[in-house]
Design a protein around this ligand. Structure first.
Ligand code: XUL
Ligand code: MN
Length: 348
């Protein structure tokens, strides 16, 4: 039975207000300074901000630890002044020359060392910002050609890296965000099943969970709401990145519900029915504006995605549960299908 409607806290990252560059063309919008983005995010009704380590401290590889912490404290003060929390800080492990061949799974031990040390700094930034947890998107942990790496070795290298981080900070909680492809041809932790499996082989599984991103599930050919249900069944769904995706294309990060409203409804349904948010989980919106979007509309996709979530929440709470149960009992799934579509369209 569904519980009482959850209280949801929304978050998004500064990268969700972007300049619109893609691999085939340059920026089409001006860069908005972080201070301004944070203020706008608050005005849109968001409660928290997600960061990459270098969103907090730009160019951090070139800075001393003391300088990094000083700049992190400045961002914490900025968040405090706006009444916002940090959800997470994620290490950007896909940009530097040391992560060209992967981060935790690079074939070069010096590069693997760099990745772990860089992530420890990210942990320190997380602590400075009092973030809920650290998210790790394993961007380049995969292959372009299978023979260059060994899948078993890669899995254990990632486990060892996570263990080193869990040992580095005994209070740290890590969320693995899986994605099947892009930038790699194939990634090693490609689905939520892989990510959940990874949590169990770490030295402290109770501190490792997962983040389901809608687009990443779709890119793996899976239903995002089923991935959420799977992680919920394991008690591992600690965050989500809601967005949308038009099938097996590049990672589109479309506004939540913009491609497949029924899929979106089912994501809200599974979250709401199983008490998501009750233990401090956030509703993250990892959405990107279309390249055609003008400067003045730089935040519309964020406002729209949040509103769509709330609208769908209403659809979930006004679902006729008696009718639903009756149709399920009678195995009348044709009628259930019709009812759901009519409910979504506001028809009888
Ligand atoms: C990449 C992606 C990242 C992570 C955070 O596809 O979704 O932005 O969410 O590193
Ligand atoms: Mn994401």
């Amino acid at each position: 039975m569904p519980k009482i409607r959850g209280q949801y806290r929304f978050s998004c990252g500064p990268w969700n207000v972007s300049e619109g560059a893609d691999p085939f063309g340059p920026e089409v919008r001006r860069t908005v300074p972080l201070t301004r983005k944070i203020r706008e995010i608050k005005n849109l009704g968001f409660d928290g901000v997600q960061f990459h380590d270098d969103d907090v401290v730009p160019d951090l590889d070139a800075k001393s630890h003391a300088q990094i912490m000083k700049e992190a404290r400045r961002v914490k003060r900025l968040l405090d002044s706006e009444g916002l929390e940090a959800e997470f800080v994620a290490p950007r492990l896909w940009f530097s020359p040391q992560t060209i061949d992967g981060a935790f799974t690079s074939n070069d031990p010096k590069c693997r060392h760099y990745a772990i040390e860089r992530t420890k700094i990210c942990v320190d930034i997380n602590n400075e910002l009092e973030a809920s947890w650290m998210v790790v998107w394993l961007a380049r942990e995969g292959t372009y050609i299978r023979e260059s790496k060994n899948a078993r070795t890669q899995v254990l290298q990632i486990r060892d890296a996570l263990d080193a981080l869990l040992e580095y900070d005994p209070r740290l909680r890590i969320l693995i965000e899986p994605k099947p492809n892009e930038p790699m041809d194939s990634s090693i932790i490609s689905t939520i099943g892989h990510a959940v499996g990874m949590t169990y082989i770490t030295c402290d599984s109770s501190r490792v969970g997962v983040l389901v991103e809608t687009a990443h599930s779709i890119l793996a050919g899976l239903d995002p709401s089923d991935d959420m249900g799977y992680a919920l069944a394991h008690g591992k769904l600690w965050s989500v990145h809601l967005n949308d995706q038009g099938g097996l294309k590049f990672d589109e990060d479309k506004s939540f519900g913009s491609y497949n409203l029924r899929h979106a409804f089912n994501q809200v349904r599974v979250l709401e029915e199983y008490g998501y948010g009750r233990n401090g989980e956030w509703v993250g919106l990892d959405v990107k504006a279309m390249r055609t979007t003008k400067q003045t509309a730089s935040y519309k996709h964020l406002a729209n995605s949040r509103q769509t979530f709330l609208n769908l929440l209403e659809k979930v709470s006004t679902l006729d549960r008696k009718l639903e149960a009756q149709l399920i009992r009678a195995r009348d799934y044709e009628e259930l299908d019709r009812y759901i579509l009519c409910h979504l369209m506001g028809k009888k």
